[in-house]
Design a protein around this ligand. Structure first.
Ligand code: MG
Length: 402
């Protein structure tokens, strides 16, 4: 964490990069179910609290960007209206800088320019970037090369072996005094140069000294499908605490013409009785998730004694349990549920129920099982007095030694 007064953050997310495969630019591709850009925005906002935050996006990406923002725990609060990018990265950054100028960012402010495809930046790296720019006006993170470097002709013949001791690969965030960076970009554009691949090159071209500070091996750029696979393995490796929770619930039939199951309205010749909407399936799933967290049960968090939960949609309870998983830095890997009743028939509604539960939990429907059985006319479910539901939830959390 760093004090971020007079800091602006510009995330370059306008690229069309599809080398990774699929039909959408890589910054919107999902990494363990969350858009890559969402992870990058979350890391930046955490590393530079209080900074002016703005992305540069492609003109066609309004909806994808809104979805990425919406997936942030804060819902996107604090992120300024995005700037619209240009045909090259350099032009996209220029547009973002002009948006910062229009927003009144001061010339002495430090601007961090960061690639959307680098989600793993740390607070320490951001602090080094800000310190570097404050000392020198322009500073970029660099890493020494571990492999020997060769200059190679198109024919494959080696033409030279530069001394790697003086070479660095550079990353982002690159940090600059705002007036230095804006002037350099305007100058490059006026002279018709649009293809410089990083901001250090734009500032170097303007004759300003740029310094390298220590980068971070973990701050990788995701480009290929393999990069995404490795990044997912890394994220999953951090979620080594595997939990399995169970939930069970029963509601009795009463007067009515429908029941709520997993947030889906299922027509029936009775309703279910309860303080809330009596969604027996949503309640069992909610308790399964809370059980995996060892965080009480639905009645502890939403007491039936409180009038405000009377008639409440049970999706509220389930969404709250999901938020508790996210607050712990975890994810829901899978949910499986069984409804026990003679009627209504569940089969025709099964997929709608799975999809709705998945939507509330913000996971893929392929991670939600919903099954149904009768109890062969035995017991209270067999006599048609109500519906019982069982659920299990598999939750992965960061391992904490306690
Ligand atoms: Mg209940």
């Amino acid at each position: 964490m760093t004090a971020s007064a007079n800091i602006a953050v510009l995330v370059v997310a306008a690229g069309r990069g599809t080398r990774v495969g699929g039909d959408q630019p890589k910054q919107y591709r999902r990494l363990l179910g969350v858009p890559l850009l969402t992870r990058t925005l979350e890391s930046l906002a955490a590393a530079a609290p209080g900074a002016h935050l703005r992305a540069v996006i492609h003109e066609n990406d309004d909806a994808a960007y809104a979805a990425a923002l919406g997936a942030l725990p804060c819902g996107g609060a604090g992120w300024a209206v995005p700037a619209i990018g240009g045909p090259t990265r350099q032009q996209s950054v220029r547009n973002g800088l002009e948006a910062l100028a229009a927003a009144g960012i001061s010339p002495e402010a430090i601007v961090l320019v960061h690639d959307a495809a680098r989600p793993f930046l740390s607070g320490e790296l951001v602090t080094r970037a800000i310190d570097g720019a404050r000392s020198h006006g322009a500073a970029v993170p660099g890493l020494p090369l571990t492999d020997t470097v060769k200059q190679v002709a198109p024919s494959g013949q080696i033409h030279g072996s530069p001394d790697r001791a003086s070479l660095r690969t550079v990353q982002t965030p690159q940090a600059f005094r705002f007036d230095v960076l804006l002037a350099a970009h305007r100058q490059a554009a006026e002279s018709g140069e649009y293809d410089l691949t990083d901001d250090a090159a734009v500032v170097e071209r303007a004759g300003h000294a740029v310094y390298v500070f220590e980068g971070d091996e973990e701050n990788v750029k995701l480009t290929t499908a393999d990069d995404f696979t490795r990044a997912e393995a890394r994220l999953l490796g951090n979620l080594a605490d595997m939990r399995c929770g169970q939930g069970f619930d029963v509601h009795a039939f009463g007067p009515g013409d429908h029941v709520w199951l997993g947030g889906v309205r299922v027509p029936h010749d009775h309703g279910l009785e309860g303080h809330s909407d009596a969604d027996v399936l949503a309640h069992a799933v909610t308790d399964a998730i809370l059980g995996a967290l060892a965080d009480g049960d639905i009645g502890a968090h939403f007491p039936p004694s409180e009038p405000k939960w009377k008639g409440a949609a049970s999706s509220v309870f389930l969404a709250d349990a999901v938020a508790r998983v996210k607050a712990r830095g975890g994810l829901i890997a899978h949910v499986d549920a069984t409804l026990i009743c003679e009627l209504p028939k569940i089969g025709p509604h099964r997929d709608a129920i799975r999809e709705n539960l998945a939507k509330i939990m913000q996971i893929a429907p392929s991670r939600v099982g919903v099954k149904a059985t009768t109890s062969e006319r035995l017991g209270f479910t067999g006599r048609g007095e109500g519906i019982a539901a069982l659920a299990t939830a598999t939750v992965r959390l960061p391992f904490e030694a306690s």
